[in-house]
Design a protein around this ligand. Sequence first.
Ligand SMILES: Cc1cc2nc3c(=O)[nH]c(=O)nc-3n(C[C@H](O)[C@H](O)[C@H](O)COP(=O)(O)O)c2cc1C
Length: 313
Amino acid sequence: MEGVIDAHARALLTTRPGFDWAVTEFVRVVDARLPPRVFYKHCPELIHAPAATPNGTPVHLQLLGSDPEALAANAHQALKLNATCLDLNFGCPAKTVNRHDGGASLLRDPRRVEGAVSAVHTALAGAIPVTAKIRLGFSDRRLALDCAKAAEAGGAAHLVVHGRTRDEGYRPPAHWEWIARIRQALHIPVIVNGDIWSLEDYWRARSLSGCEDAMLGRGALADPLLACRIRHWQSTGERLPATTWQVRAEILTAYAALQRITLPERVVVSLLKQWLNHMRARHEQAGQRFTLLRRVTQLDSFLEGLTTTLDTA
Ligand SMILES: Cc1cc2nc3c(=O)[nH]c(=O)nc-3n(C[C@H](O)[C@H](O)[C@H](O)COP(=O)(O)O)c2cc1C
């Protein structure tokens, strides 16, 4: 997730078993082949090929662009740098990205989705897989099936579907039942995405979409043990207890320790506030800490505030 889940966050979120793989923030492809440093910046895990988090969870590199030739050239570059899977982003709703003909804007024309996937598939020549991520459409869902089929026809090895159109932004609900139609029409694995915040949401998303696998976004930030919780239930049928504040605070503290090695303290504080903000709607104590710390700008004071006893009187 761009600006949110970088290599340090990936490392922490995959410490406990749960995720089968993680995906980088998107690498924006315009018209040129990007230098290796851009790939290493988005995916430092490439340095120790095959790209994986410290506990061995594979990391897939995501490209976002619309020009098939440029995507192919960058796919080739990524392959040379030892990427093990390339994902193409056709879901980004950001106005600046869409205005420059990237992300979800391609969903207005399924032929362009197929062209982009196929160009990358050809460039990779079967050496590593290409996968795709779409929304249900740009303004409406009329082309949802066509876009999904286009990604498959282009050679995508799997398809992640965020159950909303671009115009729906992040407004609930995510239409998991729509993803079932796509799953039924395709031969490649389809992965349900959108609004999975809890084990119960995962159950519902799974039964409405029929997809075995789910992709977690904001839900994994809101509850860093969500993937672990789902995996534990899948293998034992048992529910893990709710993630305590102590565990959350440990993860945020570890995140700060990793980020402060290279980033200025005030940037680390904003990153911590951003993550805490993702937690607060779904965890009371995260909400209280957020209120307590929202004006704090010093890193050490912020970290202290994560663990001080709250005055609940
Ligand atoms: C701040 C932010 C950044 C995101 N960046 C990316 C990205 O770089 N690549 C991508 O495929 N999806 C990105 N997404 C979309 C999420 O991966 C996901 O599809 C979407 O948030 C819906 O799933 P969720 O409800 O589980 O978050 C981003 C979402 C947010 C909120």
